[in-house]
Design a protein around this ligand. Structure first.
Ligand SMILES: NC(=O)c1ccc[n+]([C@@H]2O[C@H](COP(=O)([O-])OP(=O)(O)OC[C@H]3O[C@@H](n4cnc5c(N)ncnc54)[C@H](O)[C@@H]3O)[C@@H](O)[C@H]2O)c1
Length: 335
C-alpha cells in the first residue's frame, strides 16, 4: 500500500514512517525541511528512513498547490497521513502567517488532492490545544471546542471543520487526531521536556510558567504511532445513529471522526521536573514565571472513544518513556 506521510522528517512523521516501513508499506514522505527548529535533526531522521528501499522522499511544501497535484498525479496514493504543519503555541503569537500558510493553505491542498485522486482515508493531526479555555476535565471529543486561545489551536480546529466539509461533499473518509503533548527520542527541541533536559544537563536555568501550576497529559511517541497505525485500516463510516437534535461533534452522518490520543494521566509540571532530575541525576535551577499568553493550565484526554472503536489505550508510563528520551538525548548529543 502506498501511504503518503506529510511532515515525514518531523518528530511524529519520522516515527510513524519507520513503523509503516517495518510493516512493509511503501511510504512516500513529504517535508519542506523548514528551519522552525534544527534542520540537521530533520535530516538525520531522514537518513534513517532512507535506509529502507520502500521509502521515497519529496522535499516540497504542502502549500505549493502545483507540487502537491503533480505528486498525486504521478503516484497512486491510497492513504494520506497529514502531519506537516506549523506546530507550537507560543510561536503562533509572533508568526501567525506561518500557521495560515502550512495549516490552512497547505491543508486545503491536501484535501483537494484526496478528493480528486480517490484517497481511501485521510488521517490528519489535530491537537489537544483545540480545547482552549475549557475547564471541564477530562477533555472529551463530545465537548464544544469553540473557544481556542491561540491561533495555532484555531487552525487545528479549522482543519477539523474543513475535513468535515470534504467528508460531507465528497464522501472522503477523514479522521482527525487530537494529540496530547507527545514526547520521546528524536523529539522536538522547541518543546519543554526537551529544553528542560538540555538546560538541566548544561547547568542553565529552566523557565517554569504559571509558577509551576500546570499539568500535561504527556503521551509517549510509540503509543501515538500505535494508535495511528491501528486507525489506518479503520476509515470512519457514516454514523447511522448520529442525532441531528443532539449533535455529537466528534462524528457525523458523513464519514468523519475526531479522536483524542492522550495518556489520560495528567502530570503536574513540578512532578515532571522532579522525575527528570532523578533520571538525569542532576538538579534543575528553576525560574518561576507567569502564565504565557496562549497557554492552557491543564490537558487531560478522555480516551473512551478510541478505546471503544479500536480497543486502543496508551501503555507507556511517564517514567519509562522519559527514560527512553533521556537515554537517546545523552547518546545523540554525546552528553
Ligand atoms: N508533538 C506534539 O506534542 C503535538 C501535539 C499536538 C499536535 N501535534 C501535531 O502533530 C503534527 C506533527 O507534529 P510534530 O511534533 O512531529 O512536529 P514537527 O514540527 O517535528 O513535524 C512537522 C514537520 O512538518 C514539516 N512542515 C511544516 N510545514 C510544512 C509545509 N508547509 N510543507 C511541508 N512540510 C512542512 C516540518 O518541516 C516538520 O518536519 C503537527 O501537525 C502538530 O501540529 C503535535
Amino acid at each position: 500500500m502506498n501511504i503518503l506521510v506529510t511532515g515525514a522528517a518531523g518528530f511524529i512523521g519520522f516515527h510513524l514512517s519507520k513503523r509503516l516501513l517495518a510493516h512493509d508499506h511503501h511510504v512516500i514522505g513529504v517535508d519542506n525541511l523548514n528551519d522552525y527548529y534544527d534542520v540537521h535533526l530533520k535530516e538525520e531522521r531522514l537518513k534513517i528512513l532512507e535506509q529502507s528501499a520502500n521509502f521515497e522522499f519529496h522535499k516540497l511544501d504542502i502549500a505549493n498547490e502545483k507540487a502537491i497535484k503533480t505528486l498525486f498525479e504521478e503516484r497512486s496514493i491510497s492513504i494520506v497521513i497529514n502531519l506537516a504543519a506549523q506546530a507550537g503555541v507560543r510561536y503562533s503569537l509572533t508568526n501567525p502567517h506561518s500557521y495560515v500558510h502550512s495549516n490552512l493553505s497547505g491543508f486545503v491542498n491536501i484535501l483537494e488532492a484526496c478528493r480528486h485522486y480517490q484517497v481511501k482515508h485521510l488521517i490528519y493531526a489535530s491537537s489537544s490545544s483545540v480545547y482552549g479555555a475549557n475547564s471541564k476535565i477530562p477533555f472529551s471529543t463530545k465537548d464544544s471546542v469553540d473557544h481556542p486561545v491561540s491561533l495555532y489551536a484555531a487552525t487545528k480546529k479549522a482543519n477539523e471543520l474543513m475535513a468535515h466539509t470534504y467528508s460531507h461533499l465528497y464522501q472522503l473518509p477523514t479522521t482527525g487526531l487530537r494529540f496530547f503533548t507527545v514526547y520521546g527520542p528524536w523529539g522536538r527541541p522547541d518543546m519543554a521536556y526537551f529544553s528542560f533536559t538540555k538546560n538541566i544537563i548544561d547547568g542553565n536555568p529552566i523557565k517554569v510558567f504559571n509558577h509551576g501550576d500546570m499539568s500535561r497529559d504527556f503521551t509517549y511517541i510509540d503509543d501515538i504511532v500505535e494508535g495511528i497505525v491501528k486507525l489506518v485500516d479503520h476509515p470512519p463510516q457514516y454514523d447511522s445513529h448520529w442525532d441531528q437534535e443532539n449533535r455529537n461533534p466528534s462524528s457525523s452522518y458523513a464519514p468523519y471522526k475526531v479522536y483524542n490520543i492522550g495518556n489520560k494521566s495528567p502530570v503536574r509540571l513540578l512532578d515532571f521536573i522532579q522525575l527528570l532530575e532523578k533520571l538525569l541525576g542532576q538538579k534543575a535551577i528553576v525560574e518561576f514565571s507567569p502564565m504565557q499568553p496562549g497557554d492552557v493550565q491543564m490537558t487531560y484526554a478522555d480516551m473512551t472513544d478510541l478505546q471503544k472503536e479500536i480497543g486502543f489505550l496508551p501503555i507507556t508510563s511517564l517514567e519509562v518513556g522519559l527514560r527512553q528520551f533521556v537515554d537517546w538525548y545523552k547518546q545523540y548529543y554525546q552528553k
